[in-house]
Design a protein around this ligand. Sequence first.
Ligand code: ADE
Length: 245
Amino acid sequence: MRFDVFSLFPEVMQEYVQTSILGRARQADLIDVRLHNIRDYAADKHRTTDDVPFGGGGGMVMKPEPIFSALEAVLGEDLNSVRIVLLTPQGRPFKQSVAKDYSKQKRLALICGRYEGVDERVRQHLATDEVSVGDYVLTGGEIPALLVIDATARLLPGVLGDELAATQDTYARGLLEHAHYTRPADFRGWLVPEILRSGDHARIEAWRHEDSLRRTLHRRPDLLRAIELSDEDRVFLEKLNHKGP
Ligand code: ADE
């Protein structure tokens, strides 16, 4: 899958996409991440990419021309078929379901805003999607773009070494993931639950499932309302509700 990211500070993303799982996925040609500097597409002598807002007020606004030129040049004939994501705190919340949807695309373009914002015509006439990574305001869309790439790329076949990992992890099933332990079994007197060391896979699976339910109930009860639970799960949760954490 190919990602084209448009930013005034592409260099801040370089290291991340070259490291660890994303770096390996790039080397294996599973993903192709291209970082583009919007400033390279500014046509004037000073390579201006922002300007004062019409109507006055503080801050600067990113100009539309360099952004349109950059995407037109890079996307070429794909311009009208590729999903073009504008990262903005006003966008729809980025969730696992959105990452899953994006992972089915062959190509994705991401536009990172800076300053007070991006000229409205980019939103209206260029972007196909607007995405927010949370209810807080960052100084730019670069971290959000990395977040979208990371969450999307790890769902692509072959990107995670262990194919099972992406289907079992937090949110894939709508529940938070169970606890993980590794060696040593006794660390400073804090013991790994006996069941996990028993070798009894059926009991281990049951323990993990219950741990997922317990964690989700205590940390994100809102998630439980959004999924279908078995009768067994309901009984288990009901018992926990009466017992408390
Ligand atoms: N740019 C600044 N804040 C953002 C957010 N929360 N999500 C996406 N893009 C942003």
